[in-house]
Each structure stands twice: as C-alpha cells, then as structure tokens.
Design a protein around this ligand. Structure first.
Ligand SMILES: Cc1cc2nc3c(=O)[nH]c(=O)nc-3n(C[C@H](O)[C@H](O)[C@H](O)COP(=O)(O)OP(=O)(O)OC[C@H]3O[C@@H](n4cnc5c(N)ncnc54)[C@H](O)[C@@H]3O)c2cc1C
Length: 432
C-alpha cells in the first residue's frame, strides 16, 4: 500500500496522529509531518517502536522496505539468548546483553513466548585454548554474568556424552528463543498502542532544512532499477517530516545515514563491513546428539562454528565467517545480498565441528540458511562495539542512528530500546 494512503488512513483512524501542515512541495512531492519514525521492522526497530509508544505514548510510524517485519538479519540468527560473556566490560554489548537477557526472559515468561534456558558449554579442545577459557570466565564475571563455572572435561562429557573437550566453561543463563513469536508479540503490543507498520516502503535518503529532517520515502517496488550511487530512479513518493527518527535499518543503517545530506559523514558514520555466516543442519539423525548449546573458543569475526538447538531439539551448526566485498550502499539498502549456502562450504564445517564432536559422520551435514552480520570492523581488526549515536555526535536533534547491531542484538534488543528512549528523553516528555 502506498505510504501516503497509510498516513491518510491514520488521519481518519487516529485524529491526534501528528499530521499537521500537509502541503505539496513545489517539486510536487507530498510532505507529511509525523511524530516518530523508526526505519526498519527488525527485532530492534520493533522493540524501539514498542518502547516509544508504550512508555511515552508517542505515535510511531515504522517504515520497512520488506513486505513484512523481521525479514532482515532478525530472521537469520541462531536465536540464542546470550549470557554476556564475550564483550569487554562496560562496552554497550556487555551492558545491553546482560540487561537485555534479563528483560527478554522476563518478557518471554509474561507473554508466553516459547523459549528455553538450555545453558551453554564453551569448550577448549586444545591445551593452548585453556587460558582463553579462563579469560572468558574472568570477563563474564566482570560483566556480571550469573552462575559461570569452569568445569573439568569429565563433567562436561558427562553432561554431553558426544562431546570431546579438555575443559569447559558452563554458562547456565544462556538459552534459546522463538524470535519470530517474540517479534510478533512486541509488534502486536506496539500496534495496539499507536504504532503503524508500513511495509514495502524504503527510506532512500534525507535532507535537512535547518535542524529538521526530511525523510525521502519511495515504494520499494519502484526502486528495482536503482543502480547508480546517486539518486533513485524517480523522486520520492513522499517526504516525512518527523520530530524523532530512529535509524534501525540493520545491515543498511550506515548506508542509509550516508544518504542523509547535511551530516558530517567523515566523522560520524562508521565504515560498513559485511560478514556472511552459513548454517548446516544434521541430516539422517533421529536423536539429537546434544541437549545444550556447545560453543568453541571464539574466532575472528564470530563466535566459532557452534551447536545451536531449536525449540524442537533439532541441532544445527554455524555460523562460519565469510567476509563479503564490494557491497555498495545502494545494493545494501535494496537488500541485494547473496544468502545462498553452497554445499561445498560444508567441507570447512566437518573439521571445525569434529574438534568437539569427533563422531560427526561423513555426509551428515546439509545446507540450511545464511545470515549476514553488519560489522563495524574488518577482518583482523578485532572488537567493535554497537554504536548508538544521537545529537551529541551528529548535531541533529531527534535523530538516533544504530550502527553495527550484530550479535548479541537479539538478546540486547529491549535494553537497546530503553537506551534509545533515554537518549531521546528530553524530546519524549514524561514516561507512563
Ligand atoms: C548469522 C547471525 C546469527 C546471529 N545470532 C544471534 C543470536 O543467536 N543471538 C543474538 O542475540 N543475536 C544474534 N545475531 C544478531 C541479531 O540477529 C541482530 O543483532 C538483530 O537481528 C538485528 O536486528 P535489527 O532490527 O537491527 O536488524 P534487521 O532485522 O535487519 O532489521 C532491519 C530492517 O530494516 C529494513 N531496512 C533496511 N533498509 C531500509 C530502508 N532504507 N528503508 C526501510 N527499511 C529498511 C530491513 O528490511 C530490515 O527488515 C545474529 C546475527 C547474525 C547475522
């Protein structure tokens, strides 16, 4: 449906939806004043919209380029609720993961969202990995992760008879969640408190008039032939003039921000790197070999090819790390990513998995799916934190950009939403 029809419907449905001063620009592009816009209906954008409308009674319009919610990174994750072990103390990832995990478990219990606190074993399979495990234990303790315990190989292998390791770190607070049901529940709450989700519409850029942002919106379908780095094939269908904007566009949030004219790009927008991660599932296995999440020592760019479980107990392995080159901003905004899982990629999985699961049979892996991480550091560059960027960085009142929301973004989403609301609090008014 065209966005101006959606906004038009809102005028009749919700008279207090802040639509003031509708007029046509001389260019012929319609202009609408709105209250809050969230760009992107992934797990984070949905959580932010819910927070803004529930706690601050704001009317929120979520613009999503896909045909429904959660079709980006959020539908391609491991669905693991992380403890908060891996990240440097006081980083946003550490703080939001620990807080977000607690919020997520509470939410799941209150709203009947399928989840399971399975616990997780991080395993050292070579002598030189044991100090790394000790480092993770110390880091997790510093981050306030509850119940971490170093256990001997015999204890770990008693918990998981198919496992082989030298030592293991037991994290009892880790678990799994049905992330689709979670998004659906949060989306339903947001909708019933004044949020409108507008699908099939893409934010192609923005400009500033004074300190006011004008968002350029086009129907996604009309952008199919958009290839140049410059302008979309036709003028935007509508300009939205919001009081608040949260750019939660996942893989393309930096690409979208680079198309906001008037921002000092060199200083505030980080470079984009993309790392694909493939999953393989176990075929011909009636009984799942593991009951807990099993993770190796983390590798550059990811947490290592690990065992994840779904809520039916089925096992899958992944994601690996494959750095993608040559993704330009327009392709990113149009989600022109290659999600194919090539069968031959499995050849790298067998040796990686057999380090901790030696009885993995030949030819037992089959391609499952792939996800892509929005990275802020490239190969070998080490840790990069989430960036949640407000007026203090870019100077534009009412704009928050979310960059690099890779793992543990699902676990952290409710804490991120609270943080975004705090950042905007001077403009949001009292909470309820
Ligand atoms: C392989 C993999 C495994 C992971 N596993 C875990 C895990 O086990 N646990 C965990 O906590 N985290 C995990 N994560 C991280 C987690 O999945 C993400 O942090 C989270 O899903 C990000 O949500 P999001 O809303 O920011 O992004 P998205 O889900 O990508 O949502 C962004 C939305 O914006 C839309 N969009 C983009 N550009 C535009 C535009 N210009 N206009 C309008 N809409 C636009 C997209 O269509 C998309 O729907 C994993 C990530 C990956 C890649």
């Amino acid at each position: 449906m065209k966005l101006n029809k959606v906004v038009g419907n809102l005028i009749t449905k919700i008279p207090w939806f802040v639509v003031c001063g509708r007029r046509n620009l001389s260019s012929g592009v319609e202009k609408e004043r709105v209250d809050c816009v969230v760009i992107g209906a992934g797990v984070v954008g949905i959580a932010v919209a819910r927070e803004l409308c529930l706690k601050f009674r704001r009317n929120v319009l979520v613009i999503e380029s896909g045909s429904t919610f959660g079709t980006g990174i959020s539908s391609r994750s491991s669905q693991v609720i992380h403890g908060g072990i891996y990240y440097p103390p006081n980083s946003l990832k550490a703080r939001f993961c620990v807080r977000g995990r607690r919020l997520l478990y509470d939410y799941c219990k209150e709203h009947g969202i399928a989840h399971k606190q399975t616990g997780k074993l991080i395993v050292a399979t070579r002598n030189e990995e044991v100090p790394k495990l000790n480092h993770l234990l110390n880091r997790g303790n510093d981050n306030g992760v509850e119940g971490l315990k170093m256990i001997e190989a015999s204890e770990a292998m008693a918990m998981e008879p198919q496992l082989q390791c030298l030592r293991a770190l037991w994290s009892p607070t880790s678990g799994i969640i049905d992330s689709h049901s979670f998004m659906l529940s949060q989306l339903g709450e947001a909708e019933s408190h004044g949020t409108t989700f507008c699908y099939n519409n893409t934010v192609t850029g923005a400009h500033l008039e004074g300190n006011q942002i004008y968002l350029h919106i086009s129907e996604t379908e009309s952008l199919k032939n958009w290839e140049s780095q410059q302008h979309p094939p036709s003028p935007p269908d509508i300009l939205l003039v919001p009081k608040l904007v949260v750019n939660s566009a996942g893989l393309s949030s930096a690409a979208v921000a680079r198309r906001f004219s008037g921002i000092n790009h060199g200083v505030v927008i980080p470079p984009s790197y993309y790392a694909r991660g493939c999953y393989f599932s176990l075929s011909n296995t009636r009984v799942a070999p593991f009951k807990h999440l099993i993770y190796p020592i983390p590798e550059d760019g990811g947490l290592g090819v690990h065992v994840t479980l779904d809520l039916d107990g089925q096992v899958k392995f992944g994601p690996d790390v494959e750095w993608l080159d040559h993704i330009d901003d327009i392709s990113s905004i149009q989600n022109k990513f290659d999600y194919t899982v090539r069968g031959d990629r499995g050849n790298r999985f067998y040796p990686a998995i057999r380090k901790y699961y030696p009885s993995l049979k030949d030819d037992s892996l089959q391609p499952a799916y792939a996800g892509i991480r929005p990275k802020l550091s490239g190969p070998g560059e080490g840790f990069a934190d989430f960036i949640i960027q407000g007026e203090e960085s870019h100077g534009i009142p009412g704009l928050v950009n979310l960059f690099g929301i890779e793992s543990p973004g699902l676990t952290s989403c409710m804490a991120i939403a609270q943080h975004v609301a705090t950042k905007l609090s001077s403009r949001l008014g009292p909470s309820f």
